[in-house]
Design a protein around this ligand. Sequence first.
Ligand SMILES: Cc1cc2nc3c(=O)[nH]c(=O)nc-3n(C[C@H](O)[C@H](O)[C@H](O)COP(=O)(O)OP(=O)(O)OC[C@H]3O[C@@H](n4cnc5c(N)ncnc54)[C@H](O)[C@@H]3O)c2cc1C
Length: 242
Amino acid sequence: MRFNPVDIGVRVEVLNDVLKEIVEDYQCWDPKFHITTSQYDDHARTFCVCPYGFVVKDFYEKEIFGVNGHSMKDKKSNNCNFALLIRTRLTKPLENTTEYGRSIAKQTNTLGGGKPIIQRIGDLRMNRRSRWSRIRKSYVNPTLKDVTPGDLSMAYPYRIVTDILEALEKLEKVIPGVGSDSTLLYAPEIKFYSMRVETNKTLQTIVPNIFVAGDGAGISRGITIAAATGIIAADGIKNLIK
Ligand SMILES: Cc1cc2nc3c(=O)[nH]c(=O)nc-3n(C[C@H](O)[C@H](O)[C@H](O)COP(=O)(O)OP(=O)(O)OC[C@H]3O[C@@H](n4cnc5c(N)ncnc54)[C@H](O)[C@@H]3O)c2cc1C
């Protein structure tokens, strides 16, 4: 087995109108944009788009938490939120991406005084901490209130903050409004993944006749690809017993 990359990023919250064209007019419920950042050539992606949704606190472990998002059937907000994640791969001497992600989450939790951090993009760009007085001036009214206005650049590595700002600038070209100064960022949002089991192309492991698929084997990191890997493994098994 080997370590998978960890995804470190933020939950982005904008007005519903900003994503309405993509989500409703193009009927793309969970649009996933993949972006290559300019300065570091890193991979950023959008994930878990929650139209009319709410940002929520999400415990990763007993004492380490981050944020997540959801949409509800009967209760709607004026906002749409989504994760913006930077794929972070590590090599020797610290291949353990889980440990790295955990330490960033812990540091962000400490800085937020036991609450997630919230910051307006405008404040992040101007290198200043957000305050409630500034957030109240924003067009976007946060759906998660139990947060601490803070400064992402005090919590996250420079590289990740640069990637986030660049990715939002690039997204702004496709989704006008997403990179507005009023847009809210919540942190930490970290996606930890299982270690990846070594397999061949049909997902057979080095143990003969044992196949793996899905997130548990570290092969996928989302609903669609998890399903697709099931089909690949099933094809592999079918070919084996032919
Ligand atoms: C809060 C949250 C939000 C998410 N949002 C999104 C999203 O917006 N978009 C997206 O693409 N993906 C999202 N995902 C990820 C997505 O849910 C997973 O990628 C996907 O479900 C993985 O599918 P899977 O079949 O590999 O594993 P799972 O769906 O986890 O299925 C594994 C199954 O195995 C069962 N199981 C476990 N142990 C045993 C055992 N010993 N014996 C028998 N059965 C067992 C479990 O009960 C479970 O039913 C989200 C995940 C979470 C937790």
